[in-house]
Unconditional design. Structure first.
Length: 679
């Protein structure tokens, strides 16, 4: 895509206003208690236009103003030598190609540009002696006490595994999971939520007396000191950093890419391919990035090229579209999920987030909406990071005058019955309200696997009165189904004979699904596929499951007293549905897939990240369980093994490395499964 020329300001008054706006935005960028005034793209555009204007009218710039330093950045008492420079930025393939071609003939490195806060850390004899923010590049704030407070910073150890004197520079950041945890803790402490992980990191690390825990991580991008004089290669230097216990941007980048993609490149085409691949995987990364950094691999080349007043000449940053933007709330839609849970969806003015146009986003529960004072017309921060589902993270600024806080309807919008408000998660207790969602869920691939039974047809079957519970599916005829009409975007139409016969074939096949899937299809609160498998394995039949007391249910691995009470109540409520399933000759067979008596995975807690050849995610989890493992979704200190396939989470791999958790390639896992179980 061709570069778009930056348009300078023609009017001095507009220029001065833009300089003021950038200064105020810079202050809010560095203060977590103030929501950012501008989105990233608007901020970058203003800075570029100011720079273009100064090039034409140098006399318009105030004496002493620094164009290469973020306005509002604190100078602080800790001096940086050499200075911590910023990076020049490009936003198009053409600009990146021009940069790469201007480099001497050498390898270039592509690393993720983590969206956090740059810090410098000094070590003496293997111990952290001082940490400081970048500040204005020449000096920053001392944050040693904040970095060393419990629980510490992942990837930035206080004590190294051996004696070493030197310094690292890198990015302090919050992972998606840490950001959510920090926001929950902050709101519980009576504070307003953070807008995004960068905002949260920059503010939290400065709060010596904060009342909430704000977990953070670190990734090094530069190292200096002992043992480094003979390393000219950047990746060799990063390997030493890793050996000393630091997480690195290079390590996170390698983990974010397929195994056959290298971060070392020699051509502009190769560089752009890596940038594009990182960009494609950005929504699924567990850590925030706003671009990719391209830099010369050789230290000698870097020394020869040198630096300008604000940025090195041997490196630049390719900026991706921002993953946080600001919009205006226009409406809130209320829906009911498969378990009766109320869902709240914000309808907003269309805004581009992460390169995608967003016009709706997920809201939290009623308590959060009320706490924020959300009203139609409120300005919101919309975030799309670590997930493809956009979320509202905070209200920006004061609610416009004359706009009242939004209040949820007192009754369910589908049945007009009062909500069950006994917990923060409101629910509708009328079974029919959640039936369409439950029917769609039950028909999904990992439950009954009824091809063609999506939300449109499920809604039509419920509205026709033919289906009043999921078990009614098994008593339908082709004539009944084919006569049902449903609405599509192209208009109303009948299901028809061909579709009806296809659905009946899928329904008939669903009868022979194993017991675990029939239990899952019931949609009992606090259950899912994994719990369905556990209950089926323990009780072996519908009769035994229905006869179980809450105490007996609590004995099942992974259940516990609270879930046991919920499951027990759900089984009582669904007694008629289960009777109908049994009347339809559904008894639910116990899965007879072979189980390894002993394997390298026996007794281990395993996490699977990425794809496994020949298996979908559910099949891979079931395969690990047949090999004797317990499968978990997140890496923790209790994890024994991380299985890594194409598309694996770089964050999970990095955390496994930090915790010393063993890893296994997905190919080896698949081969082990074939060897021990024959498939």
């Amino acid at each position: 895509m061709p570069a778009t020329p930056t348009q300078p300001f023609a009017d001095r008054a507009e220029f001065d206003e833009a300089v003021h706006d950038v200064h105020v935005a810079g202050v809010t960028y560095y203060d977590s208690d103030v929501a950012p005034m501008l989105g990233d793209s608007d901020y970058d555009n203003l800075v570029a236009r100011i720079a273009a204007t100064v090039a034409l009218h140098p006399d318009w710039q105030e004496p002493g103003a620094a164009m290469g330093v973020a306005p509002g950045a604190s100078a602080g008492p800790v001096k940086h030598s050499p200075p911590m420079l910023s990076l020049d930025k490009v936003t198009t393939n053409v600009e990146m190609a021009e940069f790469v071609r201007a480099l001497p003939a050498c390898e270039t490195i592509v690393e993720v540009k983590i969206d956090g806060m740059a810090v410098h850390a000094d070590y003496r004899d293997g111990r952290l002696v001082r940490a400081a923010t970048r500040g204005n590049g020449l000096a920053g704030d001392d944050i040693t006490s904040q970095v060393t407070r419990d629980p510490g910073i992942a990837g930035l150890p206080v004590t190294l595994p051996r004696s070493w004197t030197g310094a690292v520079r890198g990015e302090l950041f919050m992972s998606t999971k840490d950001f959510e945890a920090a926001n929950e803790a902050r709101v519980s402490a009576g504070k307003t939520p953070f807008v995004n992980p960068r905002n949260a990191t920059a503010g939290s690390i400065r709060k010596v007396d904060r009342l909430y825990i704000a977990p953070m991580s670190f990734a090094a991008y530069a190292i200096s000191g002992d043992e480094l004089d003979h390393f000219d290669n950047h990746l060799e230097r990063m390997a030493l950093a890793k050996a000393l216990g630091f997480s690195t941007a290079a390590m996170l980048t390698i983990g974010a890419l397929p195994a056959d993609v290298s971060i070392s490149c020699r051509t502009a085409r190769d560089v752009q391919a890596v940038i594009d691949t990182i960009g494609d995987r950005r929504p699924s990364l567990s850590f925030p990035i706003d671009g990719a950094v391209v830099k010369a691999q050789s230290r000698a080349v870097r020394s020869k090229m040198g630096s300008g007043s604000s940025a090195p000449r041997w490196a630049t940053a390719f900026k991706y579209p921002p993953d946080t933007a600001f919009s205006v709330l226009r409406d809130i839609e209320v829906s009911v999920g498969r378990t009766g849970r109320a869902g709240f969806r914000a309808i907003i003015d269309p805004v581009t987030v992460g390169g995608t146009t967003i016009s709706a986003a997920t809201l939290h529960n009623v308590a959060w909406i009320r706490q924020q004072g959300l009203g139609l017309g409120s300005r919101l921060a919309v975030m799309r990071a670590g997930d493809v589902i956009p979320k509202i993270t905070a209200v920006v600024g004061e609610r416009p005058e004359g706009i009242a806080p939004w209040e949820p309807p007192p009754n369910c919008p589908q049945c007009d019955e009062p909500w069950d408000q006994s917990s923060q998660l409101w629910r509708c207790t009328t079974p029919a309200c959640s039936l369409v969602s439950l029917l769609t869920y039950a028909a999904s691939r990992d439950v009954w696997d009824i091809d063609g039974l999506g939300e449109e047809i499920a809604a039509a079957l419920v509205e026709s009165g033919l289906v009043t519970g999921i078990a009614d599916l098994f008593f339908l005829t082709a004539a009944q189904i084919s006569a049902v009409s449903y609405v599509r975007t192209t208009g109303a139409r009948h299901i028809g004979t061909a579709t009806a016969e296809k659905l009946l074939a899928g329904i008939a096949a669903a009868k022979s699904q194993p017991l675990a899937r029939h239990i899952t299809a019931l949609g009992i609160r606090m259950t899912g596929r994994r719990m369905g498998r556990a209950l089926a394995a323990h009780f072996q039949s519908f009769d035994a499951l229905r006869a179980a007391t809450a105490e007996e249910l609590a004995d099942v691995d992974g259940v516990g007293p609270e879930k046991a009470r919920s499951i027990h109540a759900g089984l009582r409520e669904l007694s008629d549905v289960i009777d109908k399933l049994v009347a339809a000759s559904i008894t639910g067979q116990i899965e007879t897939a072979p189980v390894a008596l002993s394997s390298p995975l026996t007794g281990k807690r395993v996490v699977i990240s990425g794809s496994v050849d020949g298996m979908n995610r559910t099949q891979a989890q079931e395969a690990a369980e047949r090999l004797g493992a317990t499968v978990s979704s997140s890496v923790s200190a209790r994890t024994d093994l991380l299985i890594l396939g194409p598309g694996a989470s770089a964050g999970k791999e990095a955390k496994a490395g930090q915790l010393g958790i063993a890893t296994m390639p997905a190919t080896e896992f698949a081969a082990l499964h074939t060897e021990l179980l024959g498939k």
